[in-house]
Design a protein around this ligand. Structure first.
Ligand code: FMN
Length: 215
């Protein structure tokens, strides 16, 4: 492994794709949309994959995992998951969360901090009904984050659910969306010699205030 680390160090190229200049959007949501569009229009794999971090309030232990951004509406970022999963149980007690997007081809990172809230049942229903049947059955079958004795146990559950729902699969009430209402957003653009551009936006009295920070 250390050989690879050494090789990666030797092969690492300086960041030099672009910079954050005066043309950068002064509204962070518009800036996010711009960078998200750039990522989707470039060769980034999985541009809507983000690292979501939540914190267990009892142990203060953060946990991170990748989820997909599925919507940006009312200035909030939406993803879907199992409400009884590890993240779901953590969010129930502590809605403070952090989202991180990394688009290596563009040498960009966006960190977003805010409060998570469940979206309406209606909105979750609409999204759930748009999913392929196999994913709908999968949502029912997975007791996400619980211990699983064997893969067979899960396969048997899937078969049983196929029989239970021969037609339309309803959304399980333990599955749905969360929306992050952001209060802090940092845009990071890689620059040569570690002199990266970092622009932060913080919400103060419902207004976004922006400033640069050191790389
Ligand atoms: C590319 C990618 C996309 C994923 N998207 C989702 C998602 O949208 N929702 C989700 O619940 N899990 C998603 N996962 C799985 C999560 O990373 C994670 O394993 C799962 O949500 C359980 O997390 P938890 O035990 O911390 O609650 C994705 C994983 C990857 C690698």
């Amino acid at each position: 492994m250390s050989d690879h680390i050494q090789r990666l160090k030797n092969e690492h190229k300086d960041f030099n794709v672009s910079d954050i200049d005066s043309s950068f959007e002064s509204d962070p949501i518009k800036a996010f949309q711009q960078w998200f569009n750039d990522a989707c229009n470039s060769n980034e794999d999985e541009p809507n994959a983000l690292c979501l971090s939540t914190v267990d309030v009892l142990t203060h232990q953060p946990s991170s995992r990748i989820v997909y951004l599925k919507d940006l509406r009312n200035n909030e970022l939406v993803f879907y998951t199992n409400y009884s999963s590890k993240k779901g149980l953590e969010i129930e007690k502590n809605g403070n969360a952090s989202m991180l997007f990394f688009w290596p081809g563009l040498q960009r990172q966006i960190r977003i901090q805010g409060i998570l809230n469940k979206i309406s049942s209606k909105e979750s229903d609409t999204y759930f009904s748009s999913r392929p049947r196999s994913s709908q059955i999968g949502a029912w079958a997975s007791k996400q984050s619980d211990r699983l004795e064997s893969k067979e146990e899960l396969e048997i559950r899937v078969k049983d659910l196929e029989k239970r729902f021969p037609g339309v699969v309803p959304r399980p009430d333990f599955w749905g969306g969360y929306a992050l209402d952001p209060h802090f957003i940092e845009f990071w653009q890689g620059r040569p010699s570690r002199l990266h551009d970092r622009i932060c936006f913080e919400k103060e009295n419902d207004e976004w205030v922006s400033y640069r920070i050191n790389p």
